[in-house]
Design a binder for this molecule. Structure first.
Ligand code: NAP
Length: 321
């Protein structure tokens, strides 16, 4: 059950706000944060903004050397190893962290892949669902003993959730693969995860949010050909951008807002965009004409519950069983 109504609250921030702007006046000294993928694109700006506000940030990385290079010169960052597509790696990272005895105040499930060619990982799982959702599901459940009372967990979703609800009849695309439906399903799963975690976390006063960061030019687009980006109207034949993307600093703002803003105290289980709670739109809203909001299927408490149970079965982890 969502604990907060899915309506704008009028935060005073918007699409062009940056992570530094939403953190103005917020002191994170003494706070410990974890940002998956916190060394690329939106993630690195999230890490930088949290550190600038005083937090210490753990960045678990699939490519440690790349992370070390990207984050060189940013103080108060610790890099560790984590591949979200490998549940043994998730377990090993979480065990190392929990054994250290520290408590996490902010967890930002930022890492992700988008529209990759059909790839199977784990037990033959579709890679976008497995990496973007199941890996983070296992991570948060394994880290649960180390997640502090009153902590916030933020799941990076996307407007891409418009492309597909969770496909209960063919979760792993065994009947034919579509890279955008697979991204859409994974990003719907990210919202449903936040809805259910917010309910389960109540006993520890932990709140969870899902966010759409906006459209930001990052390495996330690595699997798209130039032709596809031209077809989608993002760039012209010469490679000039036709759509106004957010900067990475603006792209990090909504996740940072969700993780830290006192304006969200006591709220949770909702989807944010442009640094505010988004409006809910019908499940059949047309993506060609509906620019914002969160589809009702991604907020459905029954689907959130079903997805949690299924994810626990698939990963073999459930901190709340
Ligand atoms: N950019 C956008 O326009 C946009 C729009 C909506 C939503 N989002 C969401 O925002 C989040 C961040 O995206 P971004 O644009 O910043 O992308 P990005 O620059 O490609 O960063 C993604 C990060 O995730 C990491 N990652 C990928 N697979 C991983 C795995 N198996 N294990 C551990 N880490 C892994 C990547 O590590 P490597 O570099 O080592 O691969 C990278 O650090 C994603 O969840 C994305 O879906 C982005």
């Amino acid at each position: 059950m969502t604990t907060t109504s899915q309506h704008k609250i009028g935060t005073g921030f918007g699409a062009t706000s940056t992570a530094a702007e939403v953190l103005a006046g917020i002191d994170l000294t003494g706070k410990l944060a974890l940002v998956t993928g916190g060394y690329s694109g939106i993630g690195i700006e999230t890490t930088r903004a949290l550190v600038d506000a005083g937090a210490r940030v753990i960045v678990p990385a699939r490519r440690r050397a790349t992370a070390e290079q990207a984050l060189a010169g940013i103080d108060n960052v610790e890099i560790d190893e984590l591949d979200l597509g490998d549940l043994d790696s998730v377990r090993a990272f979480a065990e190392r962290f929990v054994a250290g005895g520290r408590r996490l105040d902010l967890v930002i499930n930022n890492a992700g892949i988008m529209a990759c060619p059909e790839t199977r990982i784990g037990d033959g799982w579709e890679a976008q669902f497995a990496t973007n959702h199941l890996g983070h599901f296992a991570l948060v459940n394994r880290l649960w003993p180390a997640i502090a009372e009153g902590a916030r967990v933020v799941a990076l979703s996307s407007r891409g959730h418009f492309f597909s609800p969770v496909r209960w009849d063919d979760l792993q695309f065994e009947r034919g693969y579509d890279k955008w439906q697979a991204y859409g399903q994974a990003k719907s799963a990210n919202v449903l995860f936040a809805v259910k975690l917010d309910e389960l976390g109540a006993a520890k006063n932990v709140h969870a949010f899902a966010v759409h960061p906006g459209g930001i030019w990052t390495p996330l687009q690595r699997h798209l050909s130039k032709d596809e980006m031209v077809q989608r109207g993002w760039i012209d034949e010469a490679g000039n951008q036709l759509v106004k993307f957010k900067t990475p600093e603006q792209g990090a703002a909504t996740a940072v807002f969700a993780a830290t803003s006192p304006q969200l105290d006591g709220m949770g289980g909702v989807y944010l965009e442009d640094c505010d709670v988004a409006e809910s739109v019908p499940s059949d809203a047309d993506p060609a004409t509906t620019w914002g909001g969160v589809k009702a299927y991604a907020l459905d408490p029954e689907q959130a519950d079903r997805l949690w149970t299924l994810s626990a079965e698939l990963t073999g982890v459930n901190a709340f069983a």
